[in-house]
Design a protein around this ligand. Structure first.
Ligand code: DKA
Length: 134
């Protein structure tokens, strides 16, 4: 199931991402960088059972290594230290982050060969579309 997400993906469209970042509590300066950034997201699977989600932008590169269904510590691009659990639900790769009594969810699905990342925080939903580059 995770295999379909493996590859190198580049951002081609982003909708309501500033609203999402505001709802998460990302500060103004970081939001400006987040709006301008066109991340390359590289998802890979190791022989050790770990999956790596690497996000590369000109302002920051983050790498999150995880096993499905196990809570892990994540350091997000905007500086949150979250307890994160990754699962597969209905064919989607779901990332649940918890910090400071708050939670957010990022659901990634493959639709028409593109990776669609839906980011949920309270009543805000941002939709980010990635196309495969490798
Ligand atoms: C995606 O994969 C969603 C990433 C969400 C990151 C939230 C915080 C970023 C702050 C710059 O496109």
């Amino acid at each position: 199931m995770v295999e379909q997400f493996v590859g190198n993906w580049t951002l081609v469209n982003s909708d309501k991402f500033d609203d999402y970042m505001k709802a998460v509590g990302v500060n103004y300066t970081t939001r400006q960088m987040g709006i301008l950034a066109k991340p390359n997201v590289v998802i890979s699977m190791g022989d050790d059972g770990f999956i790596t989600l690497k996000s590369v932008t000109t302002f920051k590169t983050t790498e999150f290594k995880f096993k499905l269904n196990e809570e892990c510590d994540e350091d997000t691009a905007d500086g949150r230290a979250t307890k994160t659990t990754m699962t597969i639900e209905d064919g989607k790769l779901v990332q649940k982050q918890a910090w400071d009594g708050k939670t957010t969810r990022i659901e990634r699905a493959i639709e028409d060969g593109k990776l669609i990342a839906k980011c949920y925080m309270d009543d805000v939903v941002a939709v980010r579309t990635y196309k495969k580059v490798a």
